[in-house]
Design a protein around this ligand. Structure first.
Ligand SMILES: Nc1nc2c(ncn2[C@@H]2O[C@H](COP(=O)(O)OP(=O)(O)OP(=O)(O)O)[C@@H](O)[C@H]2O)c(=O)[nH]1
Ligand SMILES: [Mg+2]
Ligand SMILES: [Zn+2]
Length: 356
């Protein structure tokens, strides 16, 4: 297998150089089970476990290998299982806040070039949810594309497209149908050889159906949505990196129902370019666009040039991020204190991976 097909390039080579020994190989994580990872190296796939050293050395859960990571491995032998010794620094990643836990981030996938934000063109379509996914994609460094699936179910595609386009600014929006094949060649063209594309969206929007169509075979299971509310039933249960015939890599993910954002620095501005653009007219540089005087964003809402919903949505996400950032600082402070007291022991637990 040519590693280039999996996305390997000169920069990865440079990042691997200092870790290179005759005993190790670079490989990409394609699948994650409870205690095993499937990785693919030049000689093919094998199962690997996290080495004890890596488990000890890491500072937080986010540093453990995830689907899409490039890792340094010792391949399995007759007497020993394969082991992941290190994770090469990620170029991009998708993270969310772990549900039910105070302030830890969970990396969903690593080294993503494009994020397909998939929604269905039915009553489940939600601009608010789309905005949230947009912030997440931008924040992690991947380029988003909005994919509106099930176009065959929608009698007024152009109107819905216009609504969505207005909410996502420059982000490309494509209406497709996994059922009829509409616009699938356009979708396929976006997935360049060696590039990694993640499919994100709630359960039932048709992520796996689209991947099956792109692959040309039914490789991922799909389940019909509930007739009453068009909601899915979690057909996909694990994230998985898939090499498409003809090149390009896609990651299928289980539907996320609700998620909280995790540490966005620039993601919010990029997901709301209209508000970002307006903010240069605010009187205060650090204007929060809430109650400040001389706020150009509030003025635009009053003048009717910015939708009140969009403003509200921005404020909500901004508040969430402020809280996440504060929580994260608190958490890091406490962790550092605890680590100096108890060594690494408390951190050896494996993360459970709640999928909602
Ligand atoms: N009408 C119509 N139905 C579709 C289309 N794409 C997918 N479906 C149906 O929607 C249902 C859910 O599709 P899946 O591909 O399982 O959805 P998913 O996003 O992978 O869902 P999870 O794996 O649960 O996150 C299946 O019954 C599909 O046949 C489409 O373009 N049009
Ligand atoms: Mg699926
Ligand atoms: Zn303002």
């Amino acid at each position: 297998m040519d590693l280039k097909e999996l996305g390997w390039d000169e920069d990865w080579d440079a990042s691997f150089a200092s870790l290179r020994t005759p005993a190790v190989v670079p490989a990409r994580v394609v699948n994650e089970e409870k205690h095993y990872f499937t990785v693919v190296a030049a000689d093919g796939p094998f199962l690997a476990q996290i080495s004890g050293r890596l488990l000890h050395r890491r500072n937080c859960l986010a540093e453990l290998p995830k689907v899409g990571d490039w890792v340094v491995c010792t391949p399995p032998t007759d007497s020993k299982a394969g082991a992941i010794c290190s994770v090469l620094p990620r170029r991009t990643q998708l993270s969310r806040k772990v549900t039910g836990r105070e302030s830890t981030g969970q990396v969903l996938a690593a080294n993503i070039d494009l994020s397909f934000l998939v929604q269905a063109l039915d009553e489940t379509l939600s601009l608010r949810r789309l905005e949230r996914f947009l912030v997440m994609a931008h924040e992690g460094g991947s380029r988003p594309v909005v994919v509106l699936n099930k176009a065959d179910l929608c009698p007024e595609i152009d109107a819905r497209l216009a609504e969505v386009a207005a909410a996502v600014g420059e982000t490309p929006v494509i209406a497709v149908s996994a059922r009829t094949g509409r616009a699938l060649p356009r979708l396929r063209e976006l997935i360049l050889p060696g590039a990694t594309v993640v499919f994100l969206g709630t359960s039932g929007v048709g992520k796996s159906s689209l991947i099956n169509r792109l692959y040309g075979e039914r490789i991922q299971p799909t389940i019909p949505v509930r007739a009453t509310d068009s909601k899915g039933r979690h057909a996909t249960t694990a994230r998985e990196l898939i090499l498409l015939p003809g090149g390009g890599l896609v990651i299928d993910t289980p539907g996320v129902r609700e998620f909280h954002l995790w540490v966005a620095d620039g993601g919010l501005d990029e997901a709301f370019p209209d508000i970002f653009g307006l903010s240069s007219g605010c009187r205060f540089r650090d204007c929060a666009h809430r109650t400040e005087t001389g706020c150009a964003v509030q003025a635009a809402v009053v003048a009717g040039t910015l939708a009140p919903d969009r403003h509200r949505s921005f404020l909500k996400l901004q508040a969430e991020l402020t809280e996440v950032n504060a929580g994260r600082k608190r958490h890091e402070y406490l962790q550092n204190r605890r680590r100096t007291r108890t060594g690494t022991k408390a951190y050896l637990r494996r993360p459970e991976d709640p999928e909602d």
